[in-house]
Design a protein around this ligand. Structure first.
Ligand SMILES: C[S@@+](CC[C@H](N)C(=O)[O-])C[C@H]1O[C@@H](n2cnc3c(N)ncnc32)[C@H](O)[C@@H]1O
Length: 253
C-alpha cells in the first residue's frame, strides 16, 4: 500500500491538525489507538501557550509529543518506559524539534522532575497502566503547577458494569482490559482525592469509530486485515467500548 492510499484510509475530518502529519510515520510507530487524534481531542479543550512545559507521560513513540510541540510551541518532556529515548530522539530530530522535545526514559512512579515544574501533563493510551492506584494522582500532581491541566485519554467502557465482560465481547476479552474504566469511574477516582477539579469526563464523540478506522488502516497497511481488536470493535459497535477522555486542573495546595 502506498502512502496516498494509507492517507486516504485515515482521512478523518474531525482531526484537521493531525491530517498534516505523515500517515506512514504514524502507522509505523503505532502502539494503540491513534495518538495524534487523541492528542487533538484533548488539546481542543486545553489552553496551551508557547513556551509552556508539558509532560507527555507514557508517550510511547513520541508522536503526541511532536504534535504538542509543533502545534502549540510548547516544550515537551516525552517520558516513557518501554520505548528507548534514542529511538524517540531520532523521530524528534527528523521532525526538527530536538530543541523542544526531550525524550526521557522513566517509570511513572520515579519521574525525574521537580515539584511544580509542569504547566500541563497529558497521557494517551497509558495512564491506566499505573494511574488506577488510589495514591498515584497525589504523586503526579506534585509535579504540576496549581491550575495546570492533567489530560488523559485511553480505551474505556461507556460505564463500569457490575458483570464484565458483556457476552458479545467474551471471545475477545483479555484480563488486563480490567484497567479500562468509564468516564464516571475516573471522575470519581480523581475527585475523591480533592487534589484536582475534573472539568471534562466523557467518551470521545465517535471514539470507537475512530479507533476502528485506525485499526483497519493499520491492519490493511501491514497486510493482515481484520485483526482481533478490529473484530471486537466491529462486534461491539460502540455499545460498550470507546475512548475515555478526562481533563482536570490541579487545585491550589
Ligand atoms: C499502549 S502504549 C501507548 C503509547 C503512546 N502514548 C500512544 O498512544 O501511542 C502504552 C505506553 O505506556 C507506557 N507505560 C506503561 N507503563 C508505564 C510505567 N509504569 N511508566 C511509564 N510508562 C509506562 C509504555 O512505555 C507504553 O509506551
Amino acid at each position: 500500500m502506498d502512502e496516498a492510499e494509507l492517507t486516504h484510509l485515515l482521512r478523518n475530518d474531525r482531526y484537521p491538525r493531525s491530517a498534516t502529519y505523515s500517515a506512514r510515520r504514524a502507522v509505523d510507530a503505532a502502539m494503540g489507538p491513534n495518538p495524534l487524534w487523541q492528542a487533538e481531542a484533548l488539546t481542543s479543550l486545553m489552553s496551551l501557550r508557547p513556551g509552556q512545559r508539558v509532560l507527555d507521560l507514557g508517550c510511547g513513540t513520541a508522536l503526541s509529543s511532536i504534535f504538542l510541540a509543533r502545534e502549540f510551541g510548547v516544550e515537551v518532556w516525552a517520558t516513557d518506559l518501554w520505548i528507548q529515548p534514542d529511538e524517540n530522539l531520532r523521530r524528534i530530530t527528523e521532525a526538527g524539534l530536538d530543541d523542544r522535545v526531550h525524550p526521557i526514559h522513566a517509570e511513572a512512579h520515579a519521574l525525574p522532575y521537580a515539584d511544580n515544574f509542569f504547566d500541563a501533563a497529558i497521557s494517551i493510551g497509558a495512564y491506566h497502566y499505573f494511574g488506577t492506584d488510589d495514591l498515584y494522582l497525589g504523586y503526579l500532581t506534585r509535579l504540576l503547577k496549581p491550575g495546570a491541566h492533567l489530560a488523559i485519554s485511553q480505551p474505556g467502557p461507556v460505564e463500569d458494569y457490575e458483570s464484565f465482560p458483556p457476552a458479545h465481547l467474551t471471545p475477545y476479552w483479555k484480563w488486563d482490559f480490567c484497567a479500562w474504566h468509564s468516564p464516571q469511574w475516573w471522575h470519581h477516582h480523581w475527585t475523591k482525592t480533592g487534589l484536582v477539579t475534573v472539568e471534562v469526563a466523557d467518551q470521545l464523540a465517535h471514539g470507537w469509530q475512530d479507533w476502528l478506522q485506525w485499526n483497519d488502516a493499520c491492519d490493511r497497511y501491514r497486510g493482515a486485515p481484520d485483526q482481533e481488536e478490529a473484530q471486537m470493535l466491529r462486534a461491539d459497535e460502540g455499545r460498550t467500548l470507546g475512548l475515555t477522555r478526562v481533563i482536570a486542573t490541579r487545585n491550589p495546595a
